[in-house]
Ligand binder design. Structure first.
Ligand SMILES: Cc1ncc(COP(=O)(O)O)c(C=O)c1O
Length: 392
């Protein structure tokens, strides 16, 4: 029996890999997981009642592209957040951004660029679905270092013009996971200019856009609108998972040019799994409410302050601008994660598990990723324990 080769070279996924690294060792203290980016703050208390009120919708096939109510709520949120109008025809409801980030490549990546297999560019380290999407469409993933030296985003000026000419899709993650870096308006503008000049698409993963510290991160949709960019150059992805602490709701959206969205909707008509109607009702309510998002941000603000107070003296520590991860420099991420587990019971993720080796270098190697999702007092204890274990 033959099996396909296209995914054969994928490294083991980060979390099973972490279990293999740690689980044969005894924890040195009460286990405390700081690995997975699963939000732990409460979701709004109207979520349950809203599902119950809309429960009759479980007896219907859901609207594939998103109900009028949901798309209207998303459009309203975009206009309040970015002061731009995006019509519902330019929106598609998703079961969270991950499937959208994948399916957008299926719907929009051309078979070839300049007679060759297209390139799909992405930051390194990165959210892993980008690479699998590229492989699925027969494109070649290219990993662009996003390091301390490059401001933790790919250095756009370091990409060779020949590479850009072969590029079909550029995945950008801002605010970035894992480093918490934010692309400025100037950065987004430059990327969209390059996309125009070299004829590629930008897929902007903005799912951490509402967890920020000082100022709201700029959105690619607003930058594209201000510069009059071709709307088909850009698809933006966002979700309620982080914004509203609803990762289990699986509710996100894609916003792009009308033709891009038409093609994504067409693929979804054939092969998509639409969001159940009662969940679309909750999602519509969540996009329409900002009070719970402000409360959520206040909880993270306290955590950023705790991180600064505990880790501020650690050489190379940089507070994240947004998102809920700390990207802590260490000599070797795997060795540090193992030491922390064996000596203290705190679990962190080796940065290399989120990156790829390019020319023998993995830009995540000298880091561990720490999620600030546990309750503040637990998180503080975890960070103090890590500081004493890894930096004393
Ligand atoms: C950078 C990034 N993009 C996308 C996602 C997917 O989120 P969801 O599918 O829950 O919207 C995540 C989840 O952790 C993420 O970290």
């Amino acid at each position: 029996m033959d099996f396909p080769d296209r995914f054969s070279d994928l490294p083991e996924y980060a979390f099973p890999r972490l279990r293999s690294l740690l689980d044969s060792h005894k924890p040195g203290g009460a286990p405390l997981a700081m690995t997975i980016g699963e939000p732990q703050h409460p979701y709004p208390d109207w979520v349950g009642p809203t599902i119950a009120e809309a429960a009759a919708g479980f007896g219907k096939y859901p609207v594939n592209e998103g109900s009028e109510m949901l798309l209207g709520a998303i459009s309203g949120w975009i206009s309040r957040r970015y002061a731009i109008a995006v019509a519902p025809e330019r929106l598609l409801a998703l079961n969270g951004t991950r499937e959208g980030l994948y399916n957008a490549a299926m719907a929009l990546c051309p078979e070839a660029k300049g007679g060759q297999a297209p390139l799909v560019l992405m930051p390194n380290p990165f959210y892993q679905v980008y690479a699998v999407a590229a492989l699925s469409v027969g494109a070649e993933p290219r990993y662009l270092p996003a390091t301390h030296e490059t401001g933790f985003l790919p250095d756009l000026d370091a990409i060779a013009p020949e590479t850009l000419d072969r590029t079909a899709i550029f995945y950008l993650c801002s605010p970035s996971n894992p480093q918490g870096a934010v692309a400025s308006e100037a950065y987004l503008k430059r990327l969209l200019e390059l996309a125009e000049r070299h004829d590629f698409r930008v897929f902007a993963d903005e799912c951490y856009s509402e967890i920020w510290r000082e100022t709201p991160p700029p959105g690619a949709l607003a930058v594209a609108a201000a510069m009059g960019a071709d709307p088909e150059r850009l698809v933006v992805f966002n979700s309620l998972s982080k914004r509203s602490n609803l990762p289990g709701l699986r509710a996100g959206f894609a916003a792009g040019g009308p033709e891009s969205i038409r093609r994504m909707r067409q693929l979804r008509n054939y092969a998509g799994a639409p969001l159940p109607l009662p969940l679309q009702a909750v999602a519509a309510k969540a996009w329409s409410d900002e009070a719970h998002v402000i409360e959520n941000r206040a909880l993270y603000a306290a955590k950023y302050d705790i991180a600064d107070a505990v880790l501020g003296d650690v050489p190379g520590y940089a507070a994240p601008e947004a998102g809920f991860f700390l990207w802590l420099p260490v000599a070797d991420g795997e060795a540090a994660a193992l030491k922390a587990w064996r000596e203290t019971g705190v679990r962190v993720l080796p940065g290399a598990y989120l990156g790829r080796d390019v020319n023998g270098e993995n830009p995540g190697k000298g880091y561990v990723r720490v999620a600030m999702v546990a309750p503040a007092n637990e998180m503080q204890r975890g960070l103090e324990t890590l500081r004493d274990c890894l930096y004393d």
